[in-house]
Design a protein around this ligand. Structure first.
Ligand SMILES: C[S@@+](CC[C@H](N)C(=O)[O-])C[C@H]1O[C@@H](n2cnc3c(N)ncnc32)[C@H](O)[C@@H]1O
Length: 289
């Protein structure tokens, strides 16, 4: 069997199993199994595979058929054009979360006087997981320094390695803690993508999510808003007077979070939509700013 025939066969099996992107997954997985990049996959498409090659492809296709996400099989995920290693304790970064990165950069462009992206900003990323939001931001902000907070020490080990691998390790610190509790105040930017799925909805998650993303990254309590309440309760202390809090949230949660923020005396700013046009990110400031 040639490489292209093996990819075709894998694609058919993935499609029959109801995998959403069978063509893409089959290509990526076969390339991963054989150690070939995209160009080599094209150049080698007529290569005859031996039994060992076929066994390696079979092993990764079997994992995908068992609903393991491609990123988990590869052990990494691209986000903001950067590679992020994953571990069992890190959420796999989602493309929608790039909305939070873009919105944070837009806020910095609009609100930070005297230097904007070149200013020595102090950033906190709450629930940093793989570190994707913090590392993506620091890759765009050459003089900024960032703290990643997570309740999971194993996740922070992955985040620290990702910061180093992406060239921003020296401008980061990582802290095990409960949201802002362990932080000093005065951050220019606080960004967070907290767990926001209501507890009862977690049972209905796809196997890809339920079995491979950590539950501490998903379960947001009875109404999905526990983390927002905790973060907002301390925003007045943790944010600099002219700072901005950039929150990612789940479908339909915008108004409830805006109400919680107003109850805390915060000013509710722009709402941004994700790649699917769904409200995804809210910007909050201290109203005295
Ligand atoms: C939805 S994930 C986001 C991960 C990453 N920031 C991203 O956008 O892909 C939420 C993260 O919050 C962390 N977390 C959950 N409860 C926490 C708490 N009380 N304090 C700090 N982090 C917490 C989880 O461990 C998880 O890494």
């Amino acid at each position: 069997m040639t490489l292209s025939q093996a990819v075709l066969q894998a694609r058919r099996r993935l499609a029959e199993a109801g995998i959403e992107t069978p063509e893409l997954d089959a290509r990526i997985l076969a390339g991963h199994a054989l150690g070939l990049d995209r160009g080599q996959m094209i150049a080698d498409s007529r290569r005859l595979l031996d039994a060992d090659d076929l066994a390696r492809i079979e092993a990764v296709v079997a994992r995908r058929l068992d609903r393991e996400p491609v990123g988990r099989i590869l052990g990494k995920r691209e986000f903001w054009g950067l590679d992020f290693a994953l571990g069992p304790d890190t959420l796999e970064p989602r493309p929608d979360s790039e909305t939070a990165v873009q919105e944070t950069l837009d806020v910095i462009d609009e609100r930070i006087a005297g230097g904007g992206r070149d200013a020595p900003l102090r950033i906190a990323d709450l629930g940093t997981g793989s570190g994707c939001l913090l590392v993506a931001l620091l890759s765009e902000l050459p003089a900024a320094y960032g703290i990643g907070v997570d309740v999971s020490a194993p996740a922070l080990a992955v985040a620290r390695a990702n910061a180093r691998a992406n060239g921003v390790g020296e401008r980061t610190g990582f802290v095990v803690g409960n949201w802002t509790e362990a932080l000093a105040g005065g951050f220019d930017i606080i960004v967070a993508n907290p767990p926001y799925i209501p507890t009862d909805d977690c049972a209905a998650l796809s196997r890809e999510v339920a079995e491979f993303d950590p539950i501490t990254a998903l379960d947001g309590g009875a109404d999905g808003l526990d983390a927002y309440r905790a973060i907002l309760a301390d925003t007045e202390r943790s944010l600099a007077p002219s700072g901005s809090l950039v929150l990612e949230f789940g479908i339909g949660q915008r108004d409830a979070i805006a109400t919680l923020a107003r109850e805390r005396g915060l000013a509710v700013g722009a709402t941004q939509h994700d790649l699917n046009g769904i409200e995804r990110v809210l910007v909050l400031t201290l109203s005295c700013a």
